[in-house]
Write a protein that binds this ligand. Structure first.
Ligand code: BGC
Length: 270
């Protein structure tokens, strides 16, 4: 078994400002295989400290498959351009401009697939969750400390859309409409929904998606705010909750062959 490729299994790692989660994933079924591991994000969120935790998690997960050659996907709360982190949300500013993918690969001694966290969640929802079987333009937003976004057209991800940083009432939208903004301002569901209405109406005007998906921890309380929104497109809660980042990162680590484009086109097609 050692060194053999195990094509339907992959490791997904989801790095956040407070926790780093990881699991083995069956990328065919979209199910976690075995336990989901979680470690706190080291204080300060510095690159060397986060890399160390990721190495620990990957080592523990590889032990579960007896050292087999399992692809690894890692998602991170930043713009990720050709493996380099171009921003940093709730982690150290040392990440800005860093060759992060290469840093992880060196420490792990293997290749990884490295992607923005909301992009990973979007891919997972399209492949295994709320947008399974829905073609067209899907717009996922995660409402958490910030707002993350993923734009996916017929299964193809347009990466790094960063729609949480559109201006809303003259300010960064995530400062006004994220779940953290609700908590900071002690906003009622109704008042928060007023801000979300403006935000999603703006997104709808810009992109005319076929479906909005709302992720982030607060999506489990979706009945408190989604029914208050009036949009043309349906707006539904994410189905995969806390596991979306892990599942999407793992899925993206395993190249897929497009059935309609020959063997040359391998990507995140779903
Ligand atoms: C960051 C995004 C990230 C989102 C959710 C935003 O502040 O700019 O890159 O996807 O937070 O973590």
């Amino acid at each position: 078994m050692k060194g053999d490729p195990v094509t339907t299994l992959a490791i997904g790692i989801d790095i956040g400002g407070t926790g780093i989660k990881g699991a083995l994933v069956d990328v065919d079924s979209g199910e976690l295989q075995g336990a989901r591991l979680k470690k706190p994000t080291p204080r300060g969120g510095r690159p060397t400290d986060i890399v160390e935790v990721v190495v620990q998690l990957v080592t523990e997960l590889l032990a579960e498959v007896d050292g087999a050659d399992v692809p690894v996907g890692v998602c991170f709360p930043a713009v990720v351009l050709h493996g380099r982190t171009m921003s940093a949300a709730n982690v150290s500013n040392e990440w800005i401009g860093l060759e992060a993918e290469a840093l992880f690969e060196k420490a792990l001694g293997r290749n990884i697939h490295f992607v923005n966290d909301a992009d990973a969640a979007g891919v997972a929802e399209v492949r295994y969750g709320a947008a399974q079987d829905t073609r067209g333009l899907i717009l996922l937003t995660t409402l958490g400390t910030g707002i993350g976004s993923a734009l996916i057209l017929d299964g193809d991800l347009v990466p790094n859309t960063e729609l949480g940083h559109l201006l809303l009432d003259g300010r960064d939208a995530e400062k006004r409409a994220s779940f953290a903004a609700k908590e900071r301002g002690r906003l009622s569901w109704k008042r928060w929904a007023g801000r979300l209405q403006k935000y999603y109406a703006h997104l709808e005007m810009l992109f005319s998606p076929d479906l909005f998906i709302v992720g982030g921890g607060v999506s489990k309380h979706h009945e408190q705010f989604l029914p208050l929104l009036t949009l043309r497109a349906p707006i539904v809660p994410a189905a995969l909750r806390n596991n979306a980042g892990i599942l999407g990162a793992a899925a993206l680590a395993v190249p897929r062959v497009r059935p309609d484009a020959g063997s040359a086109a391998t990507d995140q097609w779903s």
